[in-house]
Design a protein around this ligand. Structure first.
Ligand SMILES: [Fe+2]
Length: 665
């Protein structure tokens, strides 16, 4: 058919999503100035010149779906590359996209995918996608990516305007969108209706690197927090002091996600054409919760059930990808009761006793159903705010039951949990600090400090329940890939760390942000020079004879892997060997690698007997690289694990292939 490429008429490009062995969803957006509905045609071809077109389909676009379309193309061959393009009735065509179907369930071939997260184009550029494309185009066929797994923060609903905010940390603020219906919290404009969320997706998708990535590979997406609300949970919006039940906003976020990210999900309308948002009433307080912290208020339930995003994808004999939703069903933040602000001392940056975090996590189920009446930190004490509350859940009861069943019944060699949030403990050993460094000492009975709250690194009880299932059901090849933390982590899925029994049941990885600033960038800007514990995060090199000192070394990485003694030695002598000789072996047997300052992406290759996970780290992506390869690398690190038998412990081998990962090992 007649087709003339007119990219200007398809300003958000093309995309494909959620392939199986015989079908895939194709996507584009073609806005029209007049009318409410038009029909496009989509063609699917075995070659990129469209000489062997094997399918034509109608692709309706309508103003009700913001002129987006999703078409499920079936009857495809497994493990095949196809090209597709959309055309309107005047012959105006989209760019050409490429997609790849999954192999048949019994196919033994190697599976390759990348996992990514956190692409805040408000604060940087997507050089990582440029690098990913450049390398993939040059890779041998058996090592090219089959799909990209996007683990969330595809958009950030907290939008900054460059005329209001010029910079943040090291970043230039770039124009993304203007939110007509927004609420302002600090410098952030946040959407309150579907139009606002749509404008953000549209603003993100004009990025040329993101468009090229979506045109090259099928994407599998799950939202993290920022597709709806920064600190939100269920259908409650929360951004700093702005917090309210907001079922219509949750539905708006789900609708825009459905419209812009093609996925095998069922919207309320029952049709891929348009979402069909259910009617809800806003502002009804949520006062009743079931035994799993699920708010029973009917508008809340309507909102969170308006789109079920948890699902599985099968790739040959080697991969079952189990994708879960960490925000729609989770209980309220159990670590943020205002009374707890009195505890923890002033100087222990982000550290809180792990034992107390376990009390808050467990609620009324803590300590075998006997929660302590009080929470103490040295002489300060407050009533335990979680004494009568249900234990924290991230998955919610219904999704958790589904997830466990999927784990139990999987027949693939590797069961990969695509979980937007990290699962690895972030802890430190302030009990080993020399006396007198801080004004108030770490409590004598304080033990290890937990340094996270809100992800699976501190969802101790639910995490243990899942890992116990993996153990009991003799699930082998269990590995977790996640995002959210804006940092690279490689290690083991373990419910307990010393002095508890360290007994890993799988592997766990966190991929760094594509763009969004991480902890090191924040600390370089925010951590006072005279903070007594500064050496645990940043080691400032003395100025040399030549003048100014270089940037500080990131001892935060060493803190999490080796502990406070190693950090204090390193910040004094910069002698890596001497510092590592002071490593606390009980602190982090679950970690092989951590880089709190990394950006980039991770690549996974799965075969019948091995999982290879490569971290591709780029410098802080502040400006767009003009190089065809997306700019230089900081490092490339490979983590390899042989498939273990159920009951054996998994073992990772880490090798630096290129560059210098600093204090990450
Ligand atoms: Fe993020």
């Amino acid at each position: 058919m007649h087709w003339t490429e007119r990219r200007d008429l398809y300003p958000q490009g093309v995309a494909s999503g959620d392939p199986d062995a015989h079908s895939v969803i194709l996507w584009t957006r073609r806005p029209f100035a007049q009318g409410t509905r038009q029909l496009l045609t989509v063609e699917v071809s075995e070659d990129d010149a469209f000489r062997r077109v094997i399918a034509h389909a109608q692709a309706p676009v309508s103003s009700a779906a913001d002129w987006t379309t999703r078409v499920l193309i079936a009857g495809l061959e497994p493990a095949r590359t196809y090209w597709y393009r959309f055309t309107d009735s005047d012959g105006n065509g989209s760019r050409v996209g490429r997609t790849i179907t999954a192999p048949l369930p019994n196919d033994p071939r190697t599976v390759n995918f990348a996992f990514v997260s956190c692409q805040d184009v408000n604060e940087g550029k997507l050089n990582a996608y440029r690098r990913m494309i450049y390398e993939d185009e040059r890779a041998p066929a058996a090592q090219q990516l089959d799909f990209v797994l996007h683990l969330g923060d595809f958009i950030y609903e907290v939008v900054e305007y460059p005329d209001e905010v010029k910079t943040r940390y090291d970043r230039t603020i770039y124009e993304v969108a203007r939110i007509p219906d927004g609420h302002k919290v600090g410098n952030f404009h946040i959407p309150l209706t579907v139009e606002g969320y749509r404008l953000i997706y549209k603003g993100y998708l004009v990025d040329p690197d993101l468009q090229d990535a979506r045109a090259r590979w099928p994407f599998v997406c799950i939202w993290d927090n920022h597709e709806f609300s920064w600190q939100g949970w269920q259908s409650t919006v929360k951004a700093g002091k702005f917090e309210q039940p907001a079922p219509s906003i949750k539905i708006a976020a789900n609708q825009a996600w459905f419209e812009y990210l093609p996925a095998r999900v069922a919207p309320p309308s029952g049709s891929l054409d348009q979402f069909g948002p259910p009617a809800v009433q806003d502002g009804v307080p949520i006062t009743e919760f079931d035994g799993n912290g699920l708010g029973m208020e009917p508008n809340n339930l309507t909102a969170i059930h308006s789109l079920k995003a948890y699902r599985t994808l099968r790739y040959g004999r080697n991969l079952d990808l189990i994708v879960t939703d960490q925000h729609s069903y989770r209980s309220a933040d159990c670590f943020s009761d205002p009374s707890l602000g009195k505890l923890g001392g002033e100087e222990f940056i982000a550290m809180f006793p792990e034992a107390l975090m376990r009390v808050l996590d467990g609620g009324r189920a803590c300590n075998g159903g006997n929660p302590p009446a009080e929470i103490r930190f040295n002489d300060a004490h407050v009533p335990n705010p979680r004494r009568n509350e249900p234990p924290q859940t991230i998955l919610g009861a219904e999704q958790k039951a589904w997830f466990k069943e999927k784990l139990r019944s999987s027949t693939a060699a590797w069961k990969i949990w695509a979980n937007s949030q990290g699962t690895l403990d972030q802890r430190a050993d302030p009990q080993n600090l020399p006396p007198g460094l801080t004004k108030e000492p770490w409590p004598a009975d304080g033990g290890y400090a937990a340094m996270s709250g809100g992800d699976y690194g501190s969802a101790f009880m639910e995490r243990a329940e899942i890992y116990q299932l993996v153990r009991d059901a003799k699930v082998s090849g269990f590995a977790i890939v996640s995002g959210d933390l804006h940092s690279f982590w490689a290690g083991y899925a373990a419910a307990e760390l010393p002095p508890g029994k360290f007994d890993p049941v799988g592997l766990s990885f966190v991929g760094a942000s594509l763009i969004s600033p991480g902890a090191m960038e924040a600390q370089e800007h925010n951590l006072p020079k005279d903070a007594p514990l500064r050496p645990l995060f940043l080691a400032d090199r003395p100025a040399g004879a030549a003048g100014a000192a270089g940037p500080p070394d990131w001892t935060h990485n060493m803190l999490l892997r080796h502990g406070v003694r190693a950090c204090l030695e390193y910040a004094k002598s910069f002698d890596l060997e001497r510092a590592r000789s002071l490593s606390n072996p009980d602190l982090a047997p679950h970690l092989e690698f951590v880089d709190m300052g990394g950006h980039g992406y991770a690549k996974v290759r799965l075969s019948a007997d091995e999982m290879r996970t490569e971290f591709v780290c780029i410098p802080r992506p502040i400006a767009r690289s003009e190089r065809p390869d997306g700019g230089p690398l900081r490092y490339r690190v490979l983590h390899t694990a042989a498939l273990w038998k159920s009951g054996e412990r998994p073992r990772l081998k880490t090798a630096v292939l290129e560059g210098d990962p600093g204090l990450s090992i």
